[in-house]
Design a protein around this ligand. Structure first.
Ligand code: URA
Length: 472
């Protein structure tokens, strides 16, 4: 009997190299015992195996893809299963195509379980903020995956949270990131502080929970119970489920009866006014006040939430609040807002029917004397603030989003490239909501030439009209 020790990290690559050498040396599956990260515990004196080059060894792509996942499965026999399969593939090249073969079935099932677990990790890790050690913000999270997926899932977090330091502790492996990924052995659950983000998660979860659409089984399959204990928002679930039926009934009873057609414009105005009042200081605005996702809050007077009815069909997204918006707490009230209002009026669109917001919620500026000069938000700031925009989008569920200017377009579609060419066309935001691109009103204000300004204003008016029609 031979023994192969695989390292705690880099495990798949190590398995692959060892398996290649074993095939080269003609070692049969039943002659090898595999172990990972046990530091060479003696398996009754089992010796390291012979290894040899395996020139020309090829495997079907489907095996490689499955193996890259299966290697992280919790099944202690996973490496043996993979090697047995690799060995069998040397004489039966088409084995992977045999969907009735129990070994193939098991391999695919294990790959699926690992893939699903990785996905859950990307969705259910909840970071808590720690005291910073440098000028980078620092976060930590505890997560208990079903399989050994901390290593293969770490690059996702490195990409997503590249501008902060973080650690994810799991029972099997700890992952640390400070510009580069580093792994350490697993740790017991650390004592992490509660932080403001927990309240935000709860607010977000409450706001997207629709009692009339409650399907407990589907909900638990999306968010399995085993993850609940580490999710701040999960504490709300029992209460929300318990009260869902009563709340759905109250909603149904509170729904207006059908009004005669002639009352519709009046109702719409009343509704818009009510919604606007509700918007004043709702939960969203309160949660936004506590936002520390990036450094912009420090210099701004206040965050500026979106404004407008929560059932608006058209959502308009600008860049960030300017000086006047930062002081008043309302979007689009300064010079760009005045142009926006004038063109809306010319286009026959009532601003009170729109949900108007910004891609970034705090004013970014550079002080020059007493003046505060606008500065464009960075890519990271746009990405951090996208979280809030997503919450707004989820609450309003507009039929169409009108993205005004590069920042809004980048936030919603991932790229601002070719903005002027994309203008006026309908495309899809990253979540699939139809989206129209247009210029930002301050682009028009900055044009030095009066004639160009008039031309651009006319085109902007047409874009607004087209967006309003498409959302109607
Ligand atoms: N510019 C924007 O993008 N948004 C505002 O709210 C004001 C100016």
């Amino acid at each position: 009997m031979y023994r192969v020790d695989l390292p705690l990290t880099g495990t798949f690559a190590a398995w692959r190299d060892a398996a290649r050498g074993l095939i080269g040396a003609g070692v049969r599956p039943e002659e090898v015992a595999w172990q990972r990260g046990e530091g060479g515990a003696d398996l009754f004196g089992a010796a390291p195996p012979p290894m040899a080059e395996a020139p020309g060894l090829t495997v079907p792509k489907s095996f490689l893809q499955a193996a890259q996942l299966v290697a992280w499965h919790r099944d202690p026999e996973r490496f043996a299963r993979l090697y047995a399969m690799l060995h069998a593939l040397q004489t039966d090249r088409r084995l992977m195509e045999d969907r009735g073969d129990p070994r193939v079935v098991r391999l695919h099932a294990m790959a699926k379980e690992v893939g699903r677990d990785k996905h859950k990790m990307t969705a259910f890790v909840r970071f808590r903020e720690l005291e910073p050690l440098s000028d980078r913000r620092r976060f930590a999270a505890w997560f208990e995956p079903s399989h050994y997926i901390a290593e293969p899932t770490a690059p996702f977090f490195a990409k997503r949270f590249g501008d902060m330091d973080w650690s994810i502790f799991t029972p099997d492996l700890s992952v640390h990131f400070d510009g580069a990924l580093r792994f350490e052995p697993g740790a017991p659950r650390p004592d992490l502080p509660e932080d403001a983000a927990e309240d935000l998660w709860r607010t977000y979860f409450r706001s997207i929970f629709n009692p009339a659409r409650l399907k407990p089984a589907a909900m638990q399959s999306e968010m399995p119970r085993k993850y609940w204990k580490n999710l701040p928002e999960a504490g709300l679930i029992p209460e929300l489920i318990a009260t869902a039926q009563t709340r759905a009934q109250e909603m149904a009873e509170a729904a207006p009866t059908l009004a005669p057609a002639r009352a519709r414009p009046v109702l719409e105005r009343v509704h818009a006014a009510q919604a606007e009042k509700l918007e004043g200081r709702d939960q969203f605005a309160a949660a936004l006040e506590g936002c520390r996702r990036c450094g912009l809050w420090e210099n701004a007077t206040r965050p500026v939430p979106g404004e407008g009815p929560l059932d608006a069909r058209l959502m308009v997204v600008g860049e960030q609040p300017g000086d006047a918006e930062d002081l008043s707490g309302r979007p689009f009230v300064g010079p760009a807002g005045q142009l926006f209002d004038r063109v809306l009026a010319e286009a026959g669109i009532d601003r009170a029917t729109l949900y108007v917001t910004n891609a970034v919620k705090h004013f970014k500026f550079r002080a020059r004397g007493k003046r505060r000069l606008h500065e464009s938000p960075s890519r990271g700031e746009i990405r951090h603030c996208r979280w809030w925009l997503d919450v707004e989008r989820e609450r309003v569920k507009p039929r169409l989003i009108l993205a005004m200017g590069g920042t809004a377009v980048e936030s919603l579609t991932g790229t601002r490239e070719g903005l002027l060419k994309r203008r006026g066309g309908i495309e899809a935001a990253e979540d699939g909501t139809p989206l129209m691109v247009t210029v930002h009103p301050s682009y028009i204000l900055r044009l030095p030439d009066r004639v160009r300004q008039q031309e651009e204003t006319a085109r902007f008016r047409e874009d607004l009209q087209r967006a309003a029609q498409a959302a109607a």
